[in-house]
Ligand binder design. Structure first.
Ligand code: ADP
Ligand code: MG
Length: 588
């Protein structure tokens, strides 16, 4: 779609100076198409995607039409929400920066009438408001619309969705018949077409295809990461921001499968979508994703085409898209409906040049991000953990365990020590948002292990190890309540047989063997770190780990014999405190 320099659109020097000051290099397609009609006084219907620059498309002709010598409302902009009203008013302020004497005023519910009366009395010429509050002011007589020249409906589809239809009808039927109408909407359902028919004359219909839009509401970042460190960077960013709903784009089906495997083994609830799946399988995955039965959808561009999900928190470009169009298409899935979203792009090696040229071509603002250190992730998790704990305590939404607590108190333990010990035990698991959280996590609808069961079943890719059937996490207070820690059923259900060349050293308790890990006090490791990691990665109950001996450079942990092989295989290569784990069975 065509774009033109603002200078060719017949604008005043004041507005041209303003767009230049705002850093707009040329008019976006919707602006190129709408502004001339708007200036000519014609009614316009503008349909284009979020982020395509609709605000300036109507604000510029409106500003050009305002007679600043008149202190009367000459333009009315209706918006669905107060946030949008404020945002649009700000854009008006910037675009009219050099047009002396133009006053714009947002009016919306929730703000005092007093303030709005004052603004209206001061002679605002452009009023930007939510339909309800605009009606209020009309009825109170504080908003007079006799001098109105233009009415704008911004996000008309959303306003109707939000039930503003009657208010809008009322407002439109009480403004001067001679006014110009500008309708903007991302979609054009029948209700809107009907509204337009009744309130416009021979409107120019401007429709811009979605892919031409850039999506500036999306906070865009790129990270330079070595190809081999991508997974680590991905999981750190997910953990740091505590993302719960997003799409991760890969360039190939193989990458999708691989990443799905890796993320699963690290305890993330994800599923995948690519061309090798049957339509039925795809529908099922999509249906689950929409109802948020899992958190991250890993997909190729083709598979994700036509996928309609809203409210994604984040889109990851795990692999760089082919071109700017694919890029904007991908990231357009986050930050919809005026909400802010995030797009995170990984580049390795020379890909940075490709990203730069895409950014230049599509005029994208992508800032450089830095992969957080493990320490920063831990800190952020600790904060999340504290917050959860506080909320739990405040809302008292937990089962009481008086019997256990009383028993410990009776044995002479101080309550502060008991609490500290429990937190200590929990931290590796519960502050690690991805490990099965033994404490009830109120904001999660379905615990992760529930989903893991389902998706593990549907994943056709052969796993290196038998996937353990995850059980609901049992009480972590193994040592505190020995009677509640039988041999974990999840493990004994699938015993793994392997004849070891040498006999594994038996642990301190019967049924346990010892596994050595290459981290120790040198890395400030705590038992909770290790238990949390094991539980998080394997999805086995924390009780599979028994006694732990921390040495300077290694740690010996007793692990339930049936689980040892799974633990060793799953933790191989997984980082803990900056060290890649190399677990090994201790033999005697
Ligand atoms: P829409 O209403 O279509 O969702 P907005 O009007 O909110 O989009 O514009 C989105 C962003 O793009 C805003 O930050 C705006 O300042 C910016 N923008 C608008 N027009 C241009 C342009 N011609 N060049 C560069 N940025 C623009
Ligand atoms: Mg808009």
């Amino acid at each position: 779609m065509e774009k033109r320099p603002f200078a060719e659109l017949g604008l005043s020097p004041e507005v041209l100076k303003a767009v230049d000051k705002m850093g707009f290099e040329e008019a976006s397609p919707i602006q190129t198409a709408v502004i001339p009609h708007g200036l000519a006084g014609r009614d316009v219907i503008g349909q284009s995607a979020t982020g395509s620059g609709k605000t300036a498309a109507f604000a510029i002709p409106v500003i050009e039409k305002i007679d600043v010598s008149k202190r009367a409302v000459q333009a009315l902009v209706l918006c669905p929400t107060r946030e949008l009203a404020v945002q649009v008013a700000e854009e008006f302020g910037k675009l009219a920066y050099f047009k002396k004497g133009l006053l714009e005023l947002p009016i919306y519910g929730g703000q005092s009438y007093e303030r709005q009366y004052r603004g209206l009395a001061a002679g605002a010429q452009v009023v930007i408001g939510t339909p309800g509050r605009v009606m209020d002011h009309m009825q109170r007589g504080s908003l007079k619309l006799d001098n109105l020249k233009v009415v704008v409906l911004d996000e008309a589809d959303r306003m109707l969705d939000m039930g503003f239809r009657e208010d809008i009808e009322h407002i439109l039927s009480s403004v001067p018949k001679s006014r110009q109408m500008l309708f903007f909407s991302a979609t054009m359902p029948h209700l809107i077409q009907d509204l337009i028919k009744r309130h416009s004359r021979d409107p120019a219909w401007v429709r811009i295809e979605a892919h031409a839009a850039n999506a500036p509401q999306v906070d865009q970042e790129f990270y330079e990461v070595d190809r081999r460190s991508k997974i680590e960077a991905l999981t750190r960013l997910i953990d740091l921001h505590d993302f719960r709903y997003g799409i991760i784009f890969c360039s190939t089906k193989i990458m999708v499968d691989e990443l799905d495997e890796h993320l699963h083994s690290r305890g993330y609830a994800c599923d995948r979508l690519h061309g090798d799946l049957s339509q039925m399988q795809r529908d099922r995955v999509m249906e689950k994703f929409r109802r948020r039965a899992f958190e991250f959808l890993i997909a190729t561009d083709v598979a994700a085409r036509g996928l309609d999900v809203d409210d994604l928190e984040v889109v990851f470009n795990y692999d760089l898209p082919n071109d700017a169009e694919d890029y904007t298409h991908r990231i357009g899935r986050t930050g919809r409906a005026g909400k802010s979203g995030r797009a995170i792009t990984f580049v390795s090696g020379r890909e940075i040049y490709k990203l730069q040229s895409m950014a230049h071509y599509a005029r994208l603002k992508i800032s450089r991000g830095r992969v957080p250190s493990m320490g920063e992730v831990e800190e952020a998790r600790e904060e999340v953990f504290l917050e959860k704990l506080r909320r739990l305590l405040d809302e008292k939404k937990f089962k009481s365990h008086d019997r256990i607590v009383d028993a410990l108190l009776e044995q002479g333990y101080a309550s502060t020590d008991i609490a500290s010990a429990l937190i200590h035990l929990l931290q590796g698991g519960a502050t690690d948002a991805k490990a099965p959280a033994p404490a009830p996590a109120p904001e999660r609808t379905a615990p992760k292990w529930v989903e893991n069961k389902a998706s593990a079943k549907s994943a056709p890719t052969a796993r290196a190890m038998p996937t353990p059937r995850a059980e609901p996490p049992r009480s972590p207070a193994k040592s505190a309540a020995p009677e509640s820690a039988p041999a974990p059923a999840a493990v004994s259900a699938k015993p793994t047989k392997k004849s070891y060349e040498r006999k594994p050293r038996t642990g301190r308790e019967p049924g346990f063997v010892t596994v050595s890990f290459n981290v120790g006090s040198a890395q400030l490791i705590t038992p909770a770190d290790l238990v949390g990691k094991v539980a998080g990665v394997t999805r086995l109950p924390a009780a599979v780990v028994g006694a732990i001996d921390i040495h300077e450079n290694h740690t010996d942990a007793d692990v339930a014999a049936e689980a040892a092989e799974i633990v060793i295989a799953k933790l191989e290569g997984i980082p803990l405190k900056g060290v890649k784990l190399k677990p090994a069975l201790v033999t005697s």
